[in-house]
Design a protein around this ligand. Structure first.
Ligand SMILES: Nc1nc2c(c(=O)[nH]1)N[C@H]1C(S)=C(S)[C@@H](COP(=O)(O)O)O[C@H]1N2
Ligand SMILES: [Mo]
Length: 363
């Protein structure tokens, strides 16, 4: 855990361990492991003496239940590497008013790493799903936190179509290194574009089911949002809730750091950041140095593959010394941009994609 960059690390929870980095520490194209957020709902399982013997069971609605060791996954399936964003469903939660339950993520419940593993589709094909298989159910080896209100560790699932996407990986490496224990090593799922909670860590079992999974994290208001915008703080009408699938378009300004001081007379500032859009693509990013009075289109780097983020850069003119508000606004491939105020309040504070702003002082 403490292979983390300790500078600026914000610990949101000690037990279970939850931590994020401020936006300016996410300035790399590929997020280094030591700057990658951690979200644990349970306790990290004890260290694994022989990671190659870690076993994944595939059962439920399959004709041929499997128990595959990590060594067999590596030997019998073709590996893929994709750079993909992982984002907590609650990233941005701290900006909702009134405050909601859960870790108060600001901008840092996100990272973009190179994940290496085997497509889940290939593993499921080997198990031969029955005609009744509609959803997955994910199980991990994390231990419950003694005395914690959540009795069992997280266990989520997704529709079979998402499971069969070529980018959905059973991953054993992160940025070319064996997957660290705190990020789910030896084996985890990585599911692009949807809440991070689907990317089960310490993965031990995938059951196929004929209906939506009902494990911890699937019921009540967990990972659900109202179909119609609700009055912030009002009593939720659960009949009107839907499970979160694709995460909304979002961007962060990663340079300059919030509160940066620039020398007197500075008249231009280089702005950099990253943008991503769940299942969709990022079409454009606009940046402003006057709180949104005027906008400049940023230059975008291409995505390497689906679910990668797009890094952006722009040079903004600063008309004078003094205090300037810099913001970024990403727009997805369906024309939806980030809102300027937090919208979509929901009881557990998911999906807050309000524009990210920083301030710089010249002189
Ligand atoms: N087994 C297990 N998998 C899990 C979790 C967990 O608590 N237990 N947390 C989930 C959540 S809510 C998120 S956002 C991501 C975080 O992954 P990371 O810690 O590698 O960033 O893992 C997901 N997978
Ligand atoms: Mo999460």
């Amino acid at each position: 855990m403490l292979a983390f960059d300790k500078d600026d690390l914000t610990i949101l929870g000690e037990t279970p361990f939850v931590a994020e980095m401020p936006a300016h520490r996410l300035d790399d194209d590929t997020t280094p492991i030591r700057r990658f957020y951690v979200r644990n709902n349970g306790l990290v399982p004890p260290p694994c003496a022989d990671p190659e013997a870690w076993t994944l069971v595939v059962d439920g609605e399959v004709e041929r239940p499997l128990a595959l060791t990590l060594a067999e996954l590596k030997r019998d399936f073709r590996p893929r590497t994709f750079r993909m964003v992982l984002e907590c469903g609650g990233n941005g939660r701290a900006f909702f008013q009134p405050p909601t339950r859960g870790n108060a993520w600001t901008q840092g419940g996100v990272g973009c790493a190179e994940w290496t593993g085997v497509p889940l589709a290939d593993v499921l094909a080997a198990a031969r799903p029955t005609g009744a298989a509609r959803h997955t159910a994910h199980h991990g080896a994390d231990l419950p936190v003694p005395g914690h209100p959540a009795p069992e560790p997280l266990s989520r699932g997704m529709p079979i179509a998402k499971a069969l996407e070529p980018h959905t990986l059973v991953a054993y490496a992160m940025n070319g290194e064996a997957l660290p224990a705190v990020h789910g090593g030896p084996l985890r799922l990585v599911v692009g574009g949807w809440p991070g909670s689907l990317s089960q860590k310490w993965l031990t079992r995938i059951a196929l089911r004929d209906r939506e999974h009902d494990g911890p994290g699937m019921t009540g208001t967990a990972y659900r949002v109202p179909r119609r915008p609700m009055v912030p703080g009002a009593e939720p009408d659960l009949a009107d809730f839907r499970i979160i699938e694709s995460m909304p378009v979002r961007s962060i300004v990663t340079t300059p750091a919030d509160g940066a001081r620039l020398p007197a007379g500075t008249r231009a500032v280089s702005v950099r950041g990253a943008a991503w859009a769940g299942d969709l693509e990022v079409d454009r990013v606009d940046v402003t140095a006057d709180g949104g009075a005027t906008w400049v289109a940023a230059e975008l780097q291409p995505a390497r593959n689906r679910y990668d983020w797009r890094r952006f850069a722009a040079t903004l003119r600063l008309p004078s010394d003094g205090y300037h508000r810099i913001m970024a606004r990403a727009t997805d491939s369906e024309g939806r941009a980030q809102p300027s105020v937090p919208v979509g309040w929901n009881p557990q504070g998911y999906g807050c994609n309000v524009m990210h702003g920083i301030a710089v002082v010249v002189g």
